[in-house]
Design a protein around this ligand. Sequence first.
Ligand code: UGA
Length: 452
Amino acid sequence: MKYRVSVIGTGFVGLVTAVCFADRNIKTICSTKNEKNAELINKGIPPFFENRLEDLLKKAIETGNLVCTTNREEAVLNSEISLIIVGTPFNHIDKTINLDYMEQAAKDIGTVLKEKNGYHLTAVRSTVVPGTSRNIVGRNLAEKSGKKLGEEIGLVMQPEFLAEGRSIEDTFRPDRIIIGEFDERSGDVLQKLYEDFYGNHIGEDCPILRMNIESAELVKYGNNCFLATKISFINELAKIAELVPGVDIDLVARSIGLDYRINPRFLGAGVGWGGSCFPKDVNAIIAFAGDKGLESQLLQSVVDVNDRAALHALELTKELIGDLKEKTIALLGLAFKPGTDDMRYAPSRRIAIEAINQGAKIQGYDPRTKESAKIAFHQDGTEITLKDSVEEVLKNADCAIVCTEWDEFKTLKPKTFIQHMNNPCVVDGRRIYDTTEYSKELNYKVVGYTTE
Ligand code: UGA
């Protein structure tokens, strides 16, 4: 028997997961409380941008493998497995995660399970600190359903590792599947779902690792914290490289990455990491440890080094144009990374806030974020003029800072900056230009390299 799946929550991870299941002929029903989003999804229109999502969503709706409902009860009743993929927002004040949506989802599923016959498995897919799945989700499922966990109902925690912009590929070709199980049967049911879903992909290239629930919860934090640490590490090394003229951090990083124990990914020096995951997760696990009396010295430094990486772009700017007062800075790229319109914790925001504090005016251009950027900068209380093209954003600017490595910027030649800026100065915050060519033709500074 093929399991039917309900997906509670249609944010970025929820919808991508639902669409990928449907693409592999698994009957999937997703639920959201947002009526407008449900309507869009049922018409095959994604409510946000993600590479390849539109085509797959259209297909999933046309084949009837995917439907979206605003009624959670209907979703749970029409499935054997429910995946909870709701938001776990970040409390800005105490840096912990807010589990209200998670708790509500568990209560809602538990209430439905009271009346539902047959075995039902609930899987936590959102990122939650160790103990949450058992103590909040498991407890509410059991209390509301009146059923015993590990008997009529099951519970697993399965962390997700999707990155924005490549989430469809990540879902279809994962490196591993982590199953944190309340009991053996729960793990068996989820494993069967993935054996149907992935077929031959499961094996040496993608092992299934089974463990207790809390270990699986910590795997996700370990993963994101390690990646954030790699980036902060290379950003620290980039500053050391800048102390020695002629040393190029890109070559150094590539060479370090060739060590099979390290690997070259996530060693890209620049203005630092942002997005909806690393900032939230690194801070949440620091707060989690702190709450239990353990000070996380390394991870706190990872956060501090990251903040410095964004501000470093302004130090380089000042080396080129002096004091920022009354100067106009052009930000090339605003999103936290290319391929998305996501502005959450984007380094461009940190840079803009600080530049304005120092008296600068900011204008910005991003090929995709105009709407989300407007909202983000408004939330920060940052006044920024959003432009519609590279040419426009460079006009009248005293210095341009590359904050996001969009392809559109990678192909720019020094002459574009020379043509459109008064006194062309460029800070390459994402290492996208040829340092020799740019240093020769422009006033140019780049993270991790100083000219001899
Ligand atoms: C990240 C993880 O990569 C995913 O595995 C994880 O599932 C996801 O968080 C999550 O927890 O949901 P994401 O935040 O979408 O994915 O984006 P990444 O590609 O990891 O980039 C994060 C940030 O690191 C970006 O701001 C990017 O510019 C920066 N970065 C990345 C660097 O500064 N240097 C690098 O070499 C790589």
